[in-house]
Ligand binder design. Structure first.
Ligand code: GLU
Length: 516
């Protein structure tokens, strides 16, 4: 059997982590089995579907590298791939269902149904449609049609037990009696989700339906429709929900941000794919770092866990933030403040950045450098040798590509000053002045080139001043950068060069009244 999976988003917002993870599992499962991955747009909710959401979804899928074999833009033999363009197809099946008495027209008005719902609420029982119009005669129906009374089409639910045999959740039983005859065609003529999905999955020959566990309760409805139409069932696999660090379902407050926000934060798409693959799935050898699209070779939906997976990218909200913060509406900069520095995503991302091919890294980092005016234009160019050596020396410190500019800017600064009180204390207490003076003197007299040359010079400074450890290199750090933290000095110094270093030390010395 050919494996055919699909991702079927409704274009009513951006693609968030939950949706992207669903798309990814379908994509990976198809790829791992040499199958096909189909993208279908479920835009039957006319009020909520928008063109911009459709475009954002496509952009997100492309950024993550989840190329679809059939769907919008690429076409395919089972199209069209937008449900709003398939209305004629659904109509034929609706006629068949009505003909075979598996469905009927319901002329109840919204007001009538509201009253019944309220009555059920008042009695504390779940509302189930009472099947009022299930047995109208042909004449009664014709009269209402002639009078132009709007109607919906309801599926006649047989009273039986439906068992969903789910690859992840196991066998789950549902009592169809509790479902009630549900609407399959709305009064605007558009099919309901549960109806269109069955027809499309069948016509598009979908073998595996992989989606969020929230859809498990819809599955008995879909099975009943499939049975009425004589369709074979696909394999169902409902993946468990994603929770935040607070253990609660991801919401706007807790990180259901657009997947593109992670691109803007500086995570690479490979890293994001790797991280999301682990949200509910583990490989046989429990490896977590899966570079070179490894997950697309080894992913198996049957190895997905029933328990919720934790999205640890954003830190837990403080009590006072819970009411006010909406992560989905923050600018990239503000959003960064809510990241959990110890997340698995950061750990993976750092590994990806460290292992990246360096030329490729200069290309990927370009969007984050292009507006930084302190970096000379020619250096920013992908492949520039200076940029390569700078990036190579700082990449171990980066969890995100967007963290590179402050490090790089350091290399190009001509004017520096003491950054804060901590730095000032370091440069002005104990033997610091002497250390700085000695280092300056040694540097003026020699021509160091490599990191080792500079290291030897620092050791010599230590010998001549009887200082070592922090008391030695911290004053030198402040005297050459103005800061109390940053790149390792033997890495930084060769990139700055002797003249720039001497100039910098003179500036700091003037600031702290140190005379050579
Ligand atoms: N359009 C549905 C959604 O976005 C698809 C659910 C499914 O995969 O069946 O949730």
């Amino acid at each position: 059997m050919e494996i055919r999976t699909r991702f079927a988003p409704s274009p009513s917002g951006f693609l968030h982590v939950g949706g992207a993870r669903t798309a990814l599992f379908n994509y990976l499962y198809a790829r791992a089995n040499g199958g096909k991955f189909i993208l279908r747009i479920e835009d039957t909710d006319q009020d909520r579907s928008t063109e911009s959401s459709f475009q954002t979804i496509l952009e997100s899928m492309k950024w993550l590298g989840m190329n679809w074999d059939e769907g919008p833009e690429v076409g395919g033999e089972n199209g069209p791939y937008k449900q709003s363009e398939r209305l004629e197809i659904y109509k034929k099946f609706t006629e068949e269902l009505i003909e075979k008495k598996h469905a009927y027209r319901c002329f109840c008005t919204t007001e009538e149904l509201e009253i019944k719902k309220k009555q059920a609420d008042a009695m504390g029982i779940p509302y189930v449609y009472d099947g009022l119009h299930a047995n109208m005669t042909d004449r009664e129906i014709q009269e209402k049609l002639d009078a132009g009374i709007p109607y919906t089409v309801r599926f006649k639910v047989p009273h039986k037990t439906v068992i969903v045999d789910d690859l992840i959740q196991g066998k789950v039983k549902f009592d169809a009696k509790l479902i009630g005859d549900f609407i399959i065609v709305k009064s605007d003529g558009f099919p309901s989700y549960n109806y269109a999905v069955v027809i499309d999955d069948h016509l598009m020959k979908i073998s595996h339906v992989i989606r969020g566990v929230g859809h498990l309760s819809n599955t008995p409805r879909q099975i009943l429709i499939s049975e009425a139409l004589g369709f074979d069932l696909p394999v169902f696999a409902h993946v468990s929900e994603i929770v935040g660090l607070d253990g609660k379902k991801l919401s706007k407050r807790a990180g259901a941000t657009s997947i593109l926000a992670f691109r803007d934060l500086g995570y690479t798409s490979e890293c994001m794919v790797n991280y999301m693959a682990l949200l509910g799935w583990t490989s046989e050898d429990s490896q977590e770092y899966l570079p070179n699209s490894r997950s697309a070779e080894i992913f198996d939906v049957a190895r997905c866990s029933k328990s919720p997976s934790t999205f640890d990218v954003f830190r837990k909200m403080k009590e006072e933030e819970k009411e006010t913060v909406n992560l989905t509406s923050l600018s990239t900069e503000d959003l960064a403040a809510y990241l959990n520095p110890k997340s698995k995503l950061n750990w993976l991302s750092n590994k990806y950045i460290r292992d990246a091919e360096i030329h490729d890294l200069t290309e990927r980092i370009h969007p984050f450098l292009k507006d930084v005016k302190e970096i000379p234009e020619d250096i920013k160019k992908p492949g520039n040798p200076t940029l390569i050596s700078m990036l190579d020396s700082i990449r171990v410190y980066l969890d995100r590509l967007s963290q590179a500019p402050p490090y790089l800017v350091e290399f190009f600064k001509n004017d520096i000053s003491i950054e804060d009180e901590e730095a000032r204390n370091i440069a002005t207490s104990g033997n610091a002045g002497l250390v700085i003076q000695k280092f300056y003197a040694l540097l003026s007299e020699s021509s160091p080139v490599t990191g080792d040359d500079y290291k030897a010079m620092m050791d010599q400074t230590g010998k001549e001043t009887s200082e070592k450890g922090k008391n030695l290199y911290m004053p030198i750090r402040v005297a050459t950068t103005g800061k109390s933290h940053g790149l390792e000095l033997p890495i930084l110094f060769p990139l700055l060069g002797k003249d720039k270093l001497l100039n910098r030390i003179r500036q700091i010395a003037t600031e702290i009244n140190l005379i050579f």
